[in-house]
Design a protein around this ligand. Structure first.
Ligand code: ATP
Ligand code: MG
Length: 416
């Protein structure tokens, strides 16, 4: 038996409905704020992600599905949405449009990861980007919109962490300072943290080792090293969030896996998720468009995992799809009746009814059983070209009528 590749999954019909609910909320919430949907290709030039996401990131280092296009160029299945949206912004000269350009997407992404609950190799993200605007209001608006989307979906136990990274230069200087601080306290650190001082000094903040924790309590924080401009921007974002009542925690140790972030950084998690607790997050990327070859243009965005939203949201009660009418025949041998049934089903759909034709040629008795299973409201049993019996499946009553009267009768919808 051939199975779906590891880390992928089929979206079966009953799941499609929950996804539709999410799409509906995203369309409503983002649409009302003036965001327009965009779709970019499933694969891009590998260079876009190498430059856009950052050579040193986990995504580029080990999570990309890259392949040769047959002509010596390297293509990559998109692992994230921001770089492609920025590429499209540059490629289509969107800087000529009224700024900012506000876009959203709902697309599948691909990462070569270790599959587990909430972590797949093909997964879906809903995301939003605002390009061409550097004001703190933009940052706060985006955060509020994601909070609204998660709330509309009923995502449980959410927590919002917020930080500012400042500029890459600030970050570089801070990193050196932190490394020096860790070196000075080397003997008090756990072996693991000591071994990674150069590689990833920020990791030390996540350690559960008591000695390390004591050292980290006194460690310098990036938030205290921000330039006056960046600190002012961040304070403004926070006061806007405070004014809207969105609850957040300052997390000076928040890091996310993409290199392009500047200033505001945020992440929503849900305690309903277990290990893979990140629901969605994002940040400002004021250098990215320029890095991809565009004019210097500020931008900010977020992405949230569709599967994780659905895992952290309650299962809605499943209502079966409505079937107004099932059309079948009394005599399986009657060609006339089959023709008339086919026409009635088609006309019924054109009249706006959810109408199905009994396709299998099963007996009348089993057709009625099938009607029960699919919860059809009415069954039309066509006797010949112009005679039918209409059965109300709720009351069990039935009525003889001309074939032409079936649809008006169902549309009237009252009990026979
Ligand atoms: P994680 O820390 O869980 O690996 P991430 O930092 O790699 O997440 P982002 O690149 O910021 O995640 O993507 C945004 C969101 O997309 C995540 O918060 C998560 O909900 C979702 N996501 C990321 N990778 C996967 C995956 N492999 N499978 C399912 N959802 C994912
Ligand atoms: Mg990841």
């Amino acid at each position: 038996m051939i199975q779906a590749p590891k880390g992928t999954y089929d979206v079966l019909p009953q799941e499609v409905e929950r996804r539709r609910v999410l799409t509906g909320h995203a369309e409503r919430i983002l649409g009302a704020a003036g965001y327009q949907r965009i779709e970019t290709p499933a694969f891009e030039a590998t260079e876009l992600f190498a430059r856009g996401v950052g050579e040193a990131t986990d995504i580029v280092q080990k999570e990309m599905y890259s392949f040769d296009d047959g002509g010596g160029r390297s293509l990559t299945l998109r692992p994230e949405g921001t770089a492609p949206v920025c590429r499209a912004y540059i490629e289509h000269g969107m800087h000529k449009l009224p700024q900012p350009v506000k876009l959203w997407y709902l697309s599948s992404f691909f990462r070569a990861e270790n599959p587990q609950r909430g972590r797949y190799r093909q997964f879906w993200q809903v995301g939003a980007e605002v390009i061409g605007c550097a004001t703190p209001e933009t940052d706060a608006e985006l955060i509020v919109l994601l909070a609204e989307l998660l709330e509309a979906m009923g995502v449980r136990g959410t927590r919002l962490r917020l930080a500012s990274l400042g500029q890459p230069e600030t970050r570089g200087a801070y990193r050196d300072e932190l490394v020096a601080y860790l070196r000075a306290h080397e003997s008090e650190l756990s072996d693991e943290v000591r071994g990674r001082i150069e590689l990833n000094p920020m990791r030390a903040f996540d350690s559960s080792d008591p000695g390390t924790r004591a050292v980290m309590a006194g460690a310098p924080k990036l938030l205290d090293r921000l330039s006056p401009d960046d600190a002012e921007h961040f304070a403004h974002v926070r006061s806007l969030l405070d004014a809207t009542g969105v609850v957040y925690e300052l997390d000076p140790t928040l890091v996310r896996g993409l290199d392009y972030y500047t200033r505001t950084l945020f992440e929503f998690s849900s305690d309903a998720l277990g290990a893979q607790s990140g629901v969605g997050g994002g940040g400002r990327y004021d250098r990215l468009i320029e890095q991809l070859g565009g004019q210097p243009t500020p931008g900010i965005g977020w992405a949230a995992g569709l599967e994780r939203i659905l895992l952290a949201a309650p299962e809605p009660p499943t209502a079966p799809d409505a079937v107004d009418l099932l059309v079948t025949v009394a005599d399986r041998e009657s060609r006339e009746a089959h023709l008339a049934a086919f026409v009635i089903a088609r006309e019924a759909r054109r009249a706006g009814l959810a109408a199905q034709l009994e396709l299998t040629g099963r007996s009348l008795k089993s057709a009625l059983k099938h009607a029960d299973r699919i919860q059809a409201r009415y069954v039309a049993i066509v006797n010949d070209r112009d005679q039918a019996t209409l059965k109300d499946m709720t009351s069990g009553e039935q009525k003889e009528l001309g074939a032409a009267a079936v649809i008006p009768e169902v549309l009237r919808g009252d009990r026979l």
